[in-house]
Design a protein around this ligand. Structure first.
Ligand SMILES: C[S@@+](CC[C@H](N)C(=O)[O-])C[C@H]1O[C@@H](n2cnc3c(N)ncnc32)[C@H](O)[C@@H]1O
Length: 289
């Protein structure tokens, strides 16, 4: 488990960013630190009147952990807390894999803003727009015994995009312009635009999908979107079990494809829980464009 703490000037700066966005909101917005360590950040934000929730699986022994909820963040269920900001410095794991899990889990809470200290690799968080990105000094951390700890990291602040309103979006597109698409089982090598890929056969037909948008791939399963690694999945989607939806006229907006996949997921009556094989047809997809 990555155990290093962030130096206070960085957390002071982070609290400034958080306060700035919270103060601009009309409604009450709380702050959730998903891996709070010594809880420095929530302590200062609470003093500013922000309602805070702090989680850590193993807070330091030598601190007053009364205000820390000691548990695994990845098991915390999205509760009814209304508007929130979530972050900030999770364990990173190899190539950021642990950090990615923390962020994915945070997305279930639909935070208005996400504030993160992440290893310096390329991050894309679907549905959020980058407001602030700053490379931190490598010496911004220390380990529990007080010694400096160096790691290249970035401080990020992102805001949630206005919900595109899935059903409205699709209805509007249908009324205004019939999209010209190619719905096919064939995999077009070399296609580089935005596209959707939807499972057509099996008990998960319609319930599993991918939206490919530039270098970013998101995967939908069990009603949730997750950022995924394309290299692991590309091979299986090239086959007959998946329908590919390519534009033939103008390029797709990724939000449009996300809405389409969500609608197909909601409307597919293939039974995820039973072994019973189902399928969705090209027409089923076309009717939902
Ligand atoms: C990199 S440290 C950062 C601590 C603090 N956020 C800071 O910046 O000073 C990561 C923290 O995550 C905690 N942690 C590790 N796995 C966790 C989990 N599954 N759920 C909640 N906290 C976890 C560790 O105990 C540690 O305090």
């Amino acid at each position: 488990m990555d155990k290093f703490y962030t130096k206070t000037p960085i957390l002071d700066k982070s609290s400034g960013l958080i306060l700035e966005v919270i103060e601009k909101c009309k409604e009450e917005v709380c702050f959730i630190d998903f891996s709070c360590g010594n809880n420095y950040l929530c302590n200062i934000l609470s003093k500013q009147g922000v309602k805070c929730f702090s989680y850590d699986i193993d807070p330091p022994k030598n601190m007053d952990a009364d205000n820390v909820i000691t548990c695994d963040w990845l098991t915390v269920k999205p509760h009814n807390i209304g508007n929130c900001v979530i972050g900030i410095n999770p364990p990173f794991g190899k190539n950021g894999t642990e950090a990615r899990k923390f962020v994915d889990h945070a997305l279930l809470f639909k935070p208005l803003f996400i504030v993160l200290i992440l290893p310096k690799i390329r991050w894309k968080i679907h549905g959020y727009t980058l407001m602030h990105s700053e490379q931190l000094d490598v010496n911004s951390f220390y380990i529990p015994d007080g010694k400096d700890f160096s790691w290249p990291t970035t401080l990020l602040l992102l805001s949630r995009n206005v919900d595109s309103g899935l059903r409205t979006f699709i209805a509007k597109s249908k009324k205004n312009a019939k999209l010209d698409v190619d719905i096919t089982r064939k995999w077009k090598n070399g296609f580089t635009g935005n596209m959707a890929i939807i499972r057509r056969a099996g008990r998960n037909a319609g319930h599993q999908s991918y939206v490919v948008s530039g270098d970013s791939i998101i995967y939908r399963s069990n009603g949730q979107w997750k950022v995924t690694e394309w290299t692991q999945n590309k091979h299986s989607v090239e086959g007959d079990c998946f329908l590919k939806i390519y534009p033939t006229d103008k390029p797709f907006e990724s939000d449009y494809l996300i809405g389409l996949c969500e609608k197909i997921d909601a409307d597919s009556d293939c039974n995820k829980a039973s072994a019973c094989v189902g399928y969705i047809t090209n027409k089923f997809v076309a009717d939902r464009l």
